[in-house]
Design a binder for this molecule. Structure first.
Ligand SMILES: [Zn+2]
Length: 499
């Protein structure tokens, strides 16, 4: 998809022109109005008088024109001006783009009342996210897939910053879609080995270094938790490490740790059949951190960053780990396995310990599709955010709003410590209580982060898209945009922690 900027509609030919108005706003106050033909103006006015058609938030109506430079005008209801938010802005862009796909429009023009550079990046980003489809295993129809080839953004005042914003939005969204590709790939095709290969491919032509640690090295590091989870699979686990050096060596890096369970059967605590189908997406956290690293390199952010992805497949076999087993993690902490389906936190335990042993992180952020309990708590519109640092919690929420990767904070008090109390080991990965499962996961992870500022994002709620989001079914690439914005803030001294 190609994006261009223009300051006037004059001379533009397109399949569809998109115009939005707030409720009770005079049509003529839209800067594009004066440039419309009389036929177009009358058709819009007539359409808006029809029963059921309005400028209410969420409304969208297509006015077809017999001739002229555009065949269709999409009239978008923006609702009350006072209620307008970046959230609505994102959604409206995505909805229009989904309409364009369905209608097979190849070229579409958005004419804005007012467009900031931030708004430009947001529009580009969401246009790219909305038109993504995972088609690797579908035969191409004879007429081809519908594709929006060109998007023109029209606004009166444009600067070089707008041009840069187009590039930024495109970079970020392309990499979010890359994370979606990885997560949507079926489990049989996406194993720890192929996930590692994907990291190597991603690094090609970018300022990224990749190391892939295999069994012998993991044994040397005594990563008993990661190895334990991977024992039941014919595919041995991997530890994928990516580094980006965008600042002097003395600068402390931001360290991302992403859960890379390429398929989660639950192990001997087997998942019920209706919970297993989407479990090839259990490496969504790993995919997000990989994509975010590529974005930092492409955006040339002036900071150092590391991504650590402990990757394993959680399967059932004669060699699989068992409930009641005690795994000795890299940090030396003995983990009593209360439940083999709480495997994400086990591999993350070794990933987090690795982060602190080999780096001096400015901040550690782990991203994981960790618990069904987070989905129960939040529904599917926000990931759960955990941190013990008040300033980071506020910053984390703001990053969610600004990036579009929405998060919501959960309590993380010491009163919850009992949730991971073990009988025979130092700690259990799944305690006896049925309650507070998302918090239990976070408390467990806290045993493996000793000295770094730290945020844990449980992205299980936002792993896959839901109706109303105007995104294709499947993975959302959740976490990617959040991580990029978090790194940008660290690089520009806007995060309440120092490099
Ligand atoms: Zn699991």
């Amino acid at each position: 998809m190609r994006f261009t900027l223009a300051t006037t509609l004059r001379g533009l030919k397109t399949d569809a022109l998109v115009l939005g108005w707030f409720e009770r706003q005079k049509l003529a106050s839209h800067p594009a109005w004066a440039g419309l033909s009389l036929t177009a103006k009358q058709a819009i006015q007539k359409q808006l008088k029809r029963p059921g058609v309005s400028l209410e938030w969420g409304s969208q109506t297509v006015v077809q024109l017999p001739k002229g430079p555009w065949a269709n005008i999409v009239v978008v209801g923006l609702g009350q001006q006072a209620d307008w938010t970046a959230r609505r802005n994102r959604l409206v862009t995505r909805r229009v783009m989904r309409t364009a796909l369905t209608a097979h429009w190849a070229k579409i023009v958005f004419s804005f009342q007012d467009l900031s550079s931030e708004g430009t990046a947001r529009a580009v980003e969401n246009a790219v996210l909305a038109t993504y489809e995972y088609r690797a295993y579908r035969q191409t129809p004879t007429s081809g897939w519908p594709e929006v080839k060109q998007v023109v953004l029209v606004a009166k005042h444009l600067t070089a910053e707008h041009q840069a914003a187009v590039k930024r939005g495109l970079t970020i969204a392309t990499l979010v879609n890359h994370a979606r590709d990885l997560a949507n790939t079926p489990g049989g095709k996406m194993t720890p080995r192929t996930l590692a290969a994907a990291a190597v491919t991603l690094a090609k032509g970018r300022k990224l270094q990749v190391r892939v640690l295999t069994t012998v090295q993991l044994e040397k590091l005594k990563m008993g938790a990661l190895l334990g989870v991977g024992k039941g699979s014919a595919e041995s686990p991997r530890l994928i490490v990516m580094e980006y050096h965008g600042a002097p060596k003395t600068d402390k890096p931001i360290v991302f740790v992403g859960k890379g369970i390429t398929f989660d059967s639950g192990g001997y605590n087997l998942k019920p059949s209706n919970s297993m189908a989407e479990m090839h997406m259990d490496m969504s956290g790993g995919a997000a951190v990989m994509s975010a690293m590529a974005a930092l390199a492409d955006l040339r952010l002036p900071l150092n960053a590391v991504a650590i992805i402990p990757a394993a497949e959680n399967m059932v076999s004669g060699s699989g780990f068992r409930p009641g087993d005690i795994l000795t993690s890299m940090s030396g902490v003995h983990i009593e396995v209360g439940n083999t389906d709480a495997e994400g936190r086990l591999v993350l335990a070794d990933g987090l310990a690795y982060a602190e042993k080999f780096y001096h992180p400015a901040i550690v952020v782990d991203v994981a599709t960790l618990t069904g309990a987070a989905v129960v708590a939040l529904g599917q519109e926000a990931a759960a955010l955990f941190t013990k640092d008040d300033a980071l919690r506020r910053a984390g929420q703001e990053i969610g709003e600004v990036s579009g990767d929405y998060v919501w904070p959960m309590p993380f008090w010491e009163e919850y410590d009992g949730l991971v109390k073990a009988t025979f080991g130092d700690v259990t990965n799944s305690g006896k209580s049925r309650w507070g499962g998302a918090i239990e996961g976070a408390v467990f992870l806290s045993k493996f982060v000793k000295r770094s500022p730290w945020i844990h994002l449980d992205i299980a709620p936002t792993m896959s898209s839901v109706e109303g989001q105007a995104l294709a079914p499947g993975a959302t690439g959740s976490g990617t945009r959040w991580l990029i914005e978090c790194a940008r803030r660290l690089a520009t001294g806007q995060l309440p922690t120092t490099r």
